[in-house]
Ligand binder design. Sequence first.
Ligand SMILES: N[C@@H](CCC(=O)N[C@@H](CS)C(=O)NCC(=O)O)C(=O)O
Length: 205
Amino acid sequence: MKLRWSPASPFVRKVVVLMKEKGIEDAIDKEKSNPLSREDRAATQSPLGKIPCLVTDEGQSVFDSPVIMEYLDTVCDGPEMLPKSGEARWTVLRRQATADGMIGSMVTCFVEGLKKPERQSGGVVAHNKAITFSGIAAFEREAASFGDTVDVGIISAAVALSFADQTFPEDDWRKDNPTLATWFDVFDQRPSMTETVLVDARSFE
Ligand SMILES: N[C@@H](CCC(=O)N[C@@H](CS)C(=O)NCC(=O)O)C(=O)O
C-alpha cells in the first residue's frame, strides 16, 4: 500500500497516528505530495487531488482520512480503532466529525493567511476561529471520559488540538478547557504524536 502524504497536513497526520498506534506503519509506503502544488495534486490518485490518499496493492484509491482510517482498521492487524457497530461507534464518529470540522476551519484560516494582507478577510478568520473554539468547548465537556482510550475519535481530537496550538498560538485554549488540557498534554506525549509533529506548510518543499 502507498499513502500520498505530507508532513504538513493535519488530515494526513490523523492517518499516520493511527498507523503508528496499530503498529502497521512499515506496511505502508509514504509518497510525498505538496497540496499547494498543482502538479502534485494532479498526480494524486483521487478525483479531488487532495491528501491523504491511500492506494492499495490492487491499485484501488481510498480517501478521505475517515475512510482511510476505517479501511486500515478493517484490513490490517492491531488494536481496533473504530467499533464496528453500536453506541460506541457513533461516539467515535461524532468526535471525528467534530475534529475534522475544526481542522477544516483552521485550514481555511491558514489559506486566508497566505493571501496578501489587503485581500485577507478578518471576518472569515473570526468565523472559522469561532467554529474551532466551539469544537474545543464540546471536547472539554466530554474530556473526563477520554481516559486512556485510543481510537479514531480520540486521535482526531488530539490532532485537531495540536493544530489549534499551531494555528492560534496567541490564544491559549487550555485556559478555559482545563480537563481537556490535562488529557491532551498526556496524550500528546505518545510516540505516535511526538513523531508526527506537523511542519509549517509554508516551509514545505
Ligand atoms: N476531508 C478530507 C480533507 C483533505 C484535505 O483537505 N487535504 C488538504 C491538505 S491538509 C489538501 O489536500 N488540500 C489540497 C487542495 O485543497 O487542493 C480528509 O479528511 O482527508
